[in-house]
Every structure is written in C-alpha cells, then in structure tokens.
Design a protein around this ligand. Structure first.
Ligand code: SF4
Length: 655
C-alpha cells in the first residue's frame, strides 16, 4: 500500500544492507552514473532490496546470520523531555521460535539469533554509563525466552543494583516467567506487569499456538501480585479465527480469576487492567487468509466483556475497532491503496493512529473516491488466490504457513523451534538459530565496583538555567540533572523503598520560559566530593544552558528554604508606564486572583524598580500558599501584555 511512495525498501535486517546501499551508490556515482533509475536498478540486485518501480519477481529478505557482529549501540540519544520509551534499550535477540499464528514479527524475523551474554552485559553497562538512564530494558519479541535469561539478568542486576537501575523485560511470556526472573526484576523498581494471554481459554489459545494453560496464567499472576506489584495488565484479542461466544465470555471469566489472585478479593490495593484489541490478520502469517470481523461485531464483543465485568475492580480498555478496521485494510492491502492514502491526506488525514486525530469518514470518502470497497480487504482470501505480498520472501515457506493454518483450525499446537525445528524454510546450511545455552564466565562481573560505604554528605550546587534550557520544565530539569550526575559517576545516595530515587532537592521551581543564573539544589553523595573536579565533570554532562557555578558542602540536615527571589525583567522599549508603578507603591493592598484566591501583591513584592526603560528589577518574597508567577505579577502591576515582556531572569535567591 505504500509502494509508490518509496524508491526502495529494505526487507529484513538492515545492518548489512545499509552498508551495501552506501557502497553501491558511491560506486555508481564514481562511475558517472547519476540517473536515479540506473542506480535503483543496480541496488535491486542486492539481497533484501525491494525497488517498487521495478518488476522484481521475488525479493528475498536480508538476514544477518550473527547479530553479535553488529554490536548494539551504547551511545543512545538521551532526550531532555520525557518520551515514551525513556530508558536504555538493548536488543538481546532477534526472531522468535514460538510461532504464535497471529504474530507477524514471530515469522518475519526468524530464525532466533541471540546476542552473546557478554556483549549484552558490556553494552548494558556502557550504555548506562553513557546515558545515565535509571532503567534498562532488555528487548526482544519474548525476552523471557533468552536461553540463559536467569543468569544473565542476575548478573546484570548484581552489577547495576547499587545505581538503583530498574530492569524491564517488556515482552515476557507467561510461561517463561519464573520466581527467579520476578525476583530480579523487583530488585529495584516495580513497574506495572503486563501479561498477554490473548485468548480467554486454552482451546482458543491452542488455535493461535499459544500453549499457556489457565493454571499457568493464574500461578504467574499470583506470583506477580505476591512479589509486590499492585497492577497487572492483561492483553486479549477478539475476533480470532474459530472464536465463539463462549470464548469472548471466557475473557471476563479469566480476568475475574486473575484478580482473585491478588488476595483480599482484589478490592483493596491491587489492580487489574485488561486491554482488548480486535484481531487483525497480517501478511506472512498462517492467518493471512483469514477474515477480520466488522467494526460492529468487534464493538459488540468488547462491550459484552465490559458489561460482564461491570461492578468489578477490573478496568477494561480497548483499541478503537474503527482504527483496527483501517489497520486491517492496510495490513493486507495492495498498491491500489496508495491512491487512497493520497486522497485521505489531501482531505486532512494526519496522525491517524492517535484516536483524537482519526476520522473514519475521511477514509471512507477516500475509498469511495478511488472506487475501492474497503470491506474486500477484510474478507477471507482463498488459498489459490495470488496475494499482494507473494513477491516478498520473508523466508518462511507459504506451504508451512498453510499447514499451520490447517493445524490452527484443528486446534493443534506446533512446538517452539528452540526445542525442535519445524522446517519452516528459513534455516539452511548457513543460517541457523543462534542460542546461548550457557553463560560463559563473564569478565564483566569482575569489573563490578565495590559499593561505597562512606557516610552521606550534602552538597549545595548553584547552577544556571538559561538559553534553550529555559524551555525545560522543573521535572525535566530534575531528570536531566540526575542523569548527568550518573553519567559523571557521582556516587549518589538513594531513597529507600520500592521506588528508589536519588536524594536531590531543588529550590523553588522556575516557570517554563524563565531563565536563571542562580538556581539551587542539594545533592546527597556518598563520601567526600572533590568540588573542583566534580564541577567540571558534571558540567561536561549537563544540557546546554545548565551549568554548575559552584559547589559547597552544607550540614547534612540543612534544607533549601528560599525566602526571596530577585528577578530582572526585560520589556519592550516604551512598554512601562512609570505612573502605574507609583500607583502600586502608594497602595496598601494590591490584589491578584490566583486559582480563585485573592493574593495581596503588596505582601509578596518586596521591591520593584525601573532600572532603565527596558529593565525592571523585582524582588519577590516566597510565602507558602501565596506563590504567584513573576510574569503575572509584573503584568498585573504594570498592566503589561505577554508580548511586552522579552525575558525574565532570576538573578539571585536568598535562602
Ligand atoms: S527452519 Fe526450523 S529452526 Fe529455523 S526458524 Fe524455521 S522452524 Fe525454526
């Protein structure tokens, strides 16, 4: 469906192909070939490159046999504002042998290729050092399946625990969980725990080749709740092949059973969220011939689950079936859909996977304009029919997928190919699964630093927040500083409990957009800090605009209690009316409304003076419960508009 928009698309693993693309383009240019079509024709000869404008009979996916040859990057971009996956991510293996029949990734990334434990540990440790992240995520399609996961995460946590780094294994299969894994993950921080039964009973799970019993689900849930997590999220799908009314009802039934595992009837502290999605058949899977249920049917099923759980403590969330409708059309779409995309875009369709931006009517109109019946794409496909993706060879044989479909309809399981090869067609003499069954003695463990047992000391740091850093919120500044301190290898003291955080306290928060040359924070560290050395080390790690100006030790019990802040307000020339300032000074009371409450500015403003036509100096007292933004104070007293104010800088704080 997107063929027309791309010159070329890499099918499969990108690592080696990218280099080949660069080489081919460079060589073509050196040989005087500049026409795009000619270069594309050359590139189409490279395995894994699909050039939609050419008629390629088959495009075989590119496959990196040993992913350890391409070490995972440990220098990752660390954003200052919060992002969705705000943590260090390390890919631990590619591919999956489970063969869940609905899962496209499980088929197209075959075979399993694990990174060596040593390379994972090395990248994890280096990555944490370089990024300062407080959480690490071991990525793969099913992280609990890594051949020696128990030992790997134990060793990793042994090394990083004193830095209070939390571990997350985002895709844990229920049957790969064991007390040891749970024990390791909970060592630092417990985030919500997600489990994906996908179907409400064992019979339907056999259809999708997810060999997990209800008993296993309940046992794992109990283990998770008992280990201290108070939120479990369960993922389910409706509309799976062969699904009956009872299967949908069993989703609610199983959810209730899971909540019971939380003890005390699940009504007190422990929570259960379930998320229900509509099954979308995907290309290159055994279910690629199956039909997708209609939006109405999906809604009916989802609401029946919601109704069945009414009054329980279980929160039901669902993916918008209308979005799944669109996803389903494009998942098994063909080139005719390119025109639909263009039409919808012209009508204003943008960011459609965000439900608040999704407008089904636009898409319906786009299909209509192009003479396309979208429901055709959601129907069952005949086995004989040529499929739009037949020329894309992901390695798994079509006959294997068909055999899997037949087994699904009979409710038969296929074993994980970690245990037994099922001859799906991917492996050959040169390509084989790469599994690290035993963890070799790791030199990395030896490098573990001895924990610093020195008593905690408190250091006060004065820093700036200027330039682009003024756009960071207080929370973002706190996070960026904490990460910089970790990168600078400062031995921080952490709080106790389930969510250990570094003991750093800040002075009065600065509003976004206001600069400062005098911000204050207290950092507790283990032992003595070489103040000059630490300052330069930390400054090297801080974002632009944030600079430590001085560091000095303060008594451990001292607190930052700002009494007043001195600001310089720069305004447009001629914007200030001096008489208004006089009027303010003459009045005994001068009120401003703040969140429905009247606050007397005469009490808050210690002094205000006009230095020049464009510069105002103002000293604001910090009175708990009566805090007002300096911007609002200046605007109110001098009757200024937002556009009159050029910048505000905090020059000093009295603490
Ligand atoms: S050929 Fe065998 S081992 Fe290789 S991916 Fe397929 S099923 Fe797994």
């Amino acid at each position: 469906p997107v063929a027309r928009f791309f010159d070329l698309i890499v099918i499969g693993d990108g690592e080696e192909v990218l280099l080949k693309i660069c080489k081919a383009v460079r060589e073509a240019k050196a040989a005087g070939i500049h026409k795009k079509e000619s270069i594309l024709r050359e590139l189409a000869k490279v395995e894994g490159i699909y050039v939609p404008s050419l008629k390629q009979e088959k495009v075989k996916k590119a496959l990196v046999k040993d992913i350890d040859q391409y070490p995972f990057p440990d220098s990752q971009v660390v954003p200052f504002t919060e992002i969705v996956h705000d943590r260090l991510s390390i890919e631990i293996f590619r591919g999956c042998g489970r063969g869940c029949r609905f899962c496209q990734a499980g088929f197209i990334y075959r075979p399993i290729r694990e990174r060596s434990p040593d390379s994972i540990l090395e990248k994890a440790i280096m990555g944490l050092k370089k990024t300062g992240y407080e959480e690490i995520s071991l990525l793969s399609l099913s992280s609990g399946d890594y051949s020696c996961i128990d030992i790997l995460i134990k060793r990793l946590m042994d090394i990083v625990e004193d830095k209070k780094v939390a571990l997350s294994l985002p895709s844990l299969r229920i049957d790969s969980m064991n007390p040891l894994i749970v024990e390791q993950i909970k060592r630092v921080r417990k985030t919500g725990f997600t489990l994906a039964p996908e179907a409400g009973n064992e019979a339907l799970r056999r259809v999708i080749n997810k060999d997990i019993s209800d008993e296993e689900i309940l046992r794992t849930s109990k283990l998770v709740y008992e280990s201290g997590w108070n939120l479990i999220k369960l993922y389910f799908m409706v509309g799976l092949p062969t699904e009956k009314e009872k299967d949908v009802a069993d989703i609610a039934k199983l959810s209730r059973e899971v909540l019971k595992c939380s003890g005390k009837g699940g009504r007190r502290r422990n929570k259960l969220n379930i998320s229900v999605a509509t099954f979308v058949p995907k290309s290159h899977t055994p279910f690629m011939w199956e039909e997708q249920i209609s939006v109405e049917e999906a809604k009916e099923k989802i609401f029946s689950i919601k109704d069945a759980l009414k009054g329980s403590a279980i929160k039901v969330k669902w993916n918008d079936p209308e979005l799944s409708w669109l996803e389903g059309i494009f998942s098994r779409g063909d080139r005719r859909l390119c025109d639909v995309i263009v039409s919808a875009w012209n009508m204003g369709a943008r960011f459609d996977s965000w439900s608040e931006h999704f407008n089904k009517q636009i898409w319906e109109k786009a299909f209509y304009e192009n003479g396309i019946d979208p429901s055709e794409y959601l129907k069952r496909r005949s086995i004989e029919q040529k499929l739009p993706w037949d020329h894309i060879d992901a390695g798994v044989k079509k006959e294997f997928l068909l055999a899997e479909l037949k087994k699904a309809l009979r409710g038969e399981l296929t074993e994980d190919c970690r245990k037994k090869c099922n001859n799906c067609g991917v492996c050959n003499k040169k390509v084989k699964p790469v599994l690290w069954k035993d963890l070799p003695i790791s030199r990395i463990e030896i490098e573990k630093k001895k924990e610093n047992q020195s008593p905690a000391k408190r250091y006060r740091m004065i820093y700036t927040k200027i330039d682009v850093a003024k756009f960071l919120s207080q929370l973002e500044v706190m996070r960026a500083i904490a990460r910089a301190l970790r990168r600078a290898d400062i031995d921080l003291v952490y709080s106790q409990g389930f969510h250990p955080v570094p003991k750093i306290s800040f002075s009065h928060a600065l509003p976004v957009g206001v600069e400062s040359v005098y911000e204050v924070m207290d950092v507790q560290v283990k032992g003595e800090l070489d103040q000059v050395y630490a300052k330069s080390k930390i400054n090297r790690e801080l974002p632009r605009g944030i600079r430590i100006l001085s560091i000095y030790e303060v008594p451990k019990k001292s607190r930052i209690s700002p009494r007043e802040s001195h600001y310089l307000v720069v305004v447009k020339e001629g914007a200030v009316d001096q008489s208004l300032l006089k009027r303010f000074e003459e009045q005994k009371e001068f009120y401003i409304k703040k969140r429905g409450k009247e606050v007397d500015l005469r009490k808050i403003v210690k002094s205000i003076s006009i230095e020049t036509d464009e510069r105002i100096n103002i000293v604001v007292r910090h009175i708990p419960g009566s805090e007002v933004k300096v911007l609002d104070i200046v605007k109110k007293i001098l009757n200024l508009k937002d556009e009159d104010i050029i910048k505000i800088i905090r020059m000093r704080q009295v603490i």
